[in-house]
Design a protein. Structure first.
Lengths: 94, 471
């Protein structure tokens, strides 16, 4: 796999980050060095191994499906200035 | 004075909680000027809380009545700015308490402030601070690091003269690493032992909240208070919470401890080795059966596995931080992609951007199987190898970190990959969700050295038992 600025820019776009040219240039060798660390996993055979998505086998502990008091709209909206008529206000999507 | 003695003093009316909290807050301010352990001192709410305890209202008879506690900045405290050390969350005032904070309050503990950390926990030296934040300094040498990412918590635990417990959080070693560098006791519990509700998440399958304090008894008592099932957090365990403080005085004779052979030799500072061997001898003389064991896969593959899984999870968790609802905001202009990207690019620090980039890459179509999925399978092998070892041993001992606390100018010269290697001994217990404890076991040139004990899931009592034998 070729690690170049096109790949870095593609990843940044997916990550919703705008990297400056300086940031991109600095990131390129770091990315290559870190991928070298990742390459170490090529040395281990995982055929037939189940992925571990969490470390402890916990039984699902779901609470009873009952309506309980929750945040008021006022509280939920308290941390933003972008609000209108009791709703969050965001940028246009289309 | 121990935490238990302090609490008894409060219960018996011997300690004036309000006067004591005033004194504690003054000391916090003095320490903070020199060492920078607290992002925020919550003076007003601490005094109000102390008055409630003093009037024998909320928590007056609790297990931590009147005790000053500090909370890592990534844990939400109602009404107190909680930023996880990031400009992205500057100004965010949680309208609720994290699960662990609610339990502390119910037990009568008083929150004195939010401790400094690497941004979102992304670091091992507390130097990867968010924009506008500063790195806390080592309590034994201000030119050196406190460790990380719960650096402020461990530094304050060492420096504050009054009884106090700090709550830290660990994803890949962020409780024991700073505890080691600051010469205090840090206990990272089993994944699911303490609620993550209200924790500003880094890696959801890895994050654990745990106490840091001066003694094993202090952290054991705090753990007992914060542990347990939380209906607001479906990954908390229903396994009964043990009476951890009662393990302090339990005899360790007959326990079996595995000495992790890969943690000694090349790459480990000789002074660190010497002190950890001293601790092993101390356990042996108390009747513990210590014998060499090997954890080949965890040691050899822990770092790449962790540094794929943790950034993968972090990049999804941090996707919600986009300049809407809370935290950093801009004037709303353009479409959502432009707006989100602008806010994120301005407010995330360097290491946060790096980990978001890495995690986005390892989950991207075409790379996901080779990196993320493969790492989750290696994680399974790491867990299995530990489980096999725990068939023969009650605990494993190793150095916590293989070096002494480095100077800031040394850290500055490390590349990110070199930086990640510092976690070589701590990432695997974290990947496996195993409880682990840092015990101060010596000093070299005035700098503290820590030994790490690791046990099987939900065996925190044994950690307390063995840790106390090393005090």
């Amino acid at each position: 796999m070729k690690v170049d600025s096109a790949l870095i820019e593609h990843v940044a776009k997916n990550a919703r980050l705008q990297l400056s040219r300086t940031e991109c240039e600095a990131f390129l060798p770091e990315f290559e060095e870190i991928l070298d660390v990742y390459k170490k996993l090529n040395g281990i055979d995982v055929t037939g191994v189940e992925p571990a998505l969490q470390p402890v086998d916990l039984a699902p502990n779901l609470r009873e499906d009952k309506i309980k008091a929750s945040f008021s709209q006022e509280k939920a909206l308290a941390n933003t200035k972008h609000k209108k008529d009791g709703y969050f206000k965001g940028p246009r999507t289309m | 004075m121990s935490v238990a003695e302090f609490v008894k003093g409060v219960h018996d009316g011997q300690i004036d909680v309000v006067e004591h909290i005033h004194r504690t807050l003054e000391e916090c301010k003095i320490i903070n000027k020199e060492y920078g352990y607290l992002n925020l001192i919550s003076e007003e709410s601490a005094i109000a809380q102390a008055k409630l305890v003093s009037k024998k209202r909320k928590g007056a008879k609790g297990a931590l009545a009147g005790l000053p506690v500090s909370i890592k900045d990534s844990i939400c405290v109602k009404g107190v700015e909680s930023t996880a050390g990031s400009a992205m969350l500057k100004g965010y005032i949680p309208p609720f308490d994290a699960g662990c904070v609610s339990r502390l309050r119910q037990a009568g503990a008083i929150i004195v402030g939010k401790t400094a950390q690497d941004e979102f926990g992304f670091g091992s030296f507390s130097t990867n601070t968010g924009i506008g934040f500063t790195a806390p300094k080592n309590p034994f040498d201000r030119l050196r690091s406190c460790g990380g990412s719960s650096g402020g918590a461990a530094g304050l635990a060492q420096k504050l003269s009054v009884p106090h417990v700090a709550l830290g959080e660990s994803t890949g070693g962020s409780i024991v690493n700073p505890a080691s560098f600051c010469g205090v006791v840090g206990l990272c519990p089993t994944y699911g032992r303490v609620s993550r509700y209200g924790l500003i998440d880094y890696g959801s399958s890895l994050d654990k909240v745990g106490p840091i304090g001066k003694t094993v008894a202090d952290v054991a008592l705090a753990l007992k208070v914060i542990a347990g099932f939380d209906e607001k957090e479906s990954t908390t365990a229903t396994v009964p919470v043990e009476d951890y403080p009662s393990f302090v005085k339990k005899d360790v004779a007959g326990l079996r401890v595995g000495i992790l052979k890969e943690s000694f030799g090349e790459g480990t500072d000789s002074a660190v080795e010497k002190s950890v061997w001293g601790a092993i001898k101390q356990l042996e003389s108390a009747g513990v059966d210590c014998r060499e064991i090997s954890l080949k896969i965890p040691i050899e593959y822990g770092i790449p596995t962790y540094y794929i899984i943790a950034p993968s999870e972090a990049s999804t968790n941090l996707a919600k931080l986009c300049g809407l609802r809370y935290g950093a905001e801009e004037k709303i202009e353009g479409d959502f992609n432009t707006y989100f990207s602008e806010v994120r690019s301005r407010a995330f620090g360097k290491e946060a951007k790096r980990r978001i980039m890495l995690g986005t890459f390892t989950r991207m179509a075409g790379y996901r199987d080779a990196y993320y999925v493969k790492a989750t399978k290696v994680r399974r092998l790491i867990i299995d190898e530990y489980k096999n070892v725990f068939k023969k041993c009650d605990a494993v001992i190793s150095p916590t970190v293989s070096i002494l606390p480095p100077r800031f100018d040394e850290i500055k010269n490390l590349t990110p990959a070199q930086n990640y290697l510092i976690d070589a001994l701590t990432v695997s217990p974290n990947l496996a969700g195993l409880p682990h404890l840092n015990m101060p076991v010596g000093k070299h040139n005035g700098l503290p050295i820590g030994a790490m004990l690791t046990t099987d899931h939900f065996k925190e009592g044994v950690l307390v038992q063995l840790g106390a034998a090393l005090e």
